[in-house]
Design a protein around this ligand. Structure first.
Ligand SMILES: C[S@@+](CC[C@H](N)C(=O)[O-])C[C@H]1O[C@@H](n2cnc3c(N)ncnc32)[C@H](O)[C@@H]1O
Length: 464
């Protein structure tokens, strides 16, 4: 049995649920019957949700790795999907969930007990799972393990208390770790910080980029969505994209609206040679090839390039693939245009990957900034005279964005900025910086459901 995420509720409605629940409820709550023989159904999915949640909190790739291993991989499809949805909901609203728990707990419970409580509140407060199902499975989970068994009454009391009294007021800012909140406040100001925090709450829509020739209005209708400025189709559908109209035919690929901006900024034309220097899994490479350019896709990761090749096979677009670290590539060619979508902390992608908020360590920013510095110089050497270079990162950290380009232009007087025009490439107007670069924030286009965070700059080689 799947855990039963309610259908037909908008994300805005889900987003409001915590505030609405803060009103005390009068109706009687059902008793928890833990000796019900059916109560075990769904317990396994909740157990896995906790495992996924903790794996994601431990390291960046933890959730995906845990999903591919037992016990997650042994769950039936719908249960596995439910476990993942619960873990993602808990990750998105971890700060708020902990605020609610901490108000009710007189002292910190052992970590496995907190996990059970987090998993239960993610269900009732975010996904709308009926309280009786979330509470009874939480109590069952507590009963199963000798370490948590002594706390089963506490689990019961806390969860029933939240259901009875409502969660109380919670702040979206609590979903941001302190060090990132302090950084973003210093960089983007208090008002933007609130917008960035609000963007943690809801699961974002799936965005699609389409091949040339695909009628975007028809596609938007097929996927119950709308066409955004720039041509991204924002879908209203949820679930496995492989079953959606046009997937098999390779008409489109999944790509956040902001992630589609850098390739548009590069403006590759038919017949031009283009190097995509950190290409895998290939969302931007597909855009460049779809524009008719002769694309070379380079990446150090052969495993990630496999996904790029699958996408190219599906869409039938042509590409040359090179699996090597860019610094070691022995090839004398220069290109009309080079895209460097550099490895980064990816802090701008927290709407889709809420684990980045928890798994990113402050020291990674400086470490990745060094890599970006090095790769920018390698990329610059591959640009023909008069050619373009677009540098981008899906990070919100200045050291990985603006600071890189300031330093690059200082050490490379052969390059200058060619200012972006947001309206031409489907970027939010407020993303344009005074320098002509783009600083896209997840708080922008809030009325359309937001976007991932990105930094992008377009440069031109004006001398050899
Ligand atoms: C942000 S991801 C690229 C995403 C991709 N452009 C897309 O749109 O799907 C960064 C990529 O850089 C690759 N990478 C990291 N260091 C590299 C290096 N030294 N040379 C080439 N690729 C590298 C990683 O394997 C990773 O695939």
């Amino acid at each position: 049995m799947s855990g039963g995420t309610p259908k037909g509720k908008s994300s805005a409605a889900r987003g409001r649920r915590m505030a609405e629940k803060s009103r005390p409820r009068r109706e009687a709550q059902p008793e928890i019957i833990t000796d019900d023989p059916h109560a075990d159904i769904g317990v396994e999915a909740r157990l896995v949700a906790g495992i996924l949640l903790n794996a994601a909190l431990e390291k960046r790739t933890g959730l995906d790795e845990a999903l591919s291993q037992s016990p997650a991989k042994d769950l039936a499809g719908p249960d596995r999907a439910f476990a993942r949805a619960v873990a993602m909901a808990a990750l998105r609203r971890l700060g708020e969930i902990d605020q609610i728990l901490d108000r009710r707990l007189q002292k910190a419970p052992p970590a496995p007990v907190r996990t059970i409580l987090r998993v239960a509140l993610a269900q009732t407060l975010v996904l709308g799972t009926p309280a009786f199902a979330a509470v009874s499975t939480a109590v069952k989970l507590a009963e199963r393990d000798a370490k948590t068994r002594p706390y089963k009454n506490l689990v019961n009391a806390v969860l029933r208390g939240v259901d009875r009294d409502g969660p109380g007021l919670t702040t979206a800012e609590s979903n941001l770790p302190d060090w990132l909140a302090a950084r973003w406040k210093a960089t983007y100001g208090e008002a933007n910080l609130i917008g960035l925090a609000l963007a943690t709450r809801d699961e974002p829509a799936t965005d699609l980029s389409a091949k040339p020739g695909v009628d975007l209005d028809v596609l938007a209708q097929d996927v119950e969505g709308e066409v955004l400025p720039g041509g991204t189709v924002r879908t209203g559908k949820r679930g496995d994209v492989a079953g959606w109209p046009g997937f098999e035919a390779g008409d489109w690929w999944v790509q956040d609206a902001a992630a589609a901006v850098p390739a548009r900024l590069l403006g590759a034309k038919s017949g031009e040679t283009v190097l995509d220097m950190c290409a895998a899994p290939g969302g931007k490479t597909l855009q460049l090839a779809a524009a008719g350019a002769e694309v070379t896709a380079l990446d150090r990761s052969a495993a990630r390039l496999k996904r790029l090749k699958q996408n190219f096979d599906r869409t039938g677009l042509p590409v040359e693939v090179v699996a090597v670290p860019a610094e070691d590539w022995e090839d004398d060619r220069t290109f009309d245009a080079v895209l460097l979508d550099a490895p980064c902390t990816a802090t701008g992608t927290y709407r889709r990957n809420p684990e980045v908020l928890r798994a990113t360590r402050p020291a990674e920013v400086a470490k990745l900034a060094d890599v970006q510095h090095r790769l920018l110089d390698v990329a610059a050497d591959k640009v023909k005279s008069g050619g373009r270079l677009v540098y981008c990162v899906c990070s919100l950290e200045r050291e990985e964005g603006e600071t890189q380009i300031i330093a690059f232009l200082r050490r490379n007087p052969a390059f200058r900025t060619v200012a972006a025009v947001p309206a031409e490439i489907g970027a939010p107007d407020e993303a344009l910086t005074a320098e002509g670069w783009l600083r896209i924030l997840p708080s922008q286009w809030a009325e359309r459901g937001g976007v991932d965070g990105f930094f992008a700059a377009r440069l031109e080689r004006i001398a050899d």
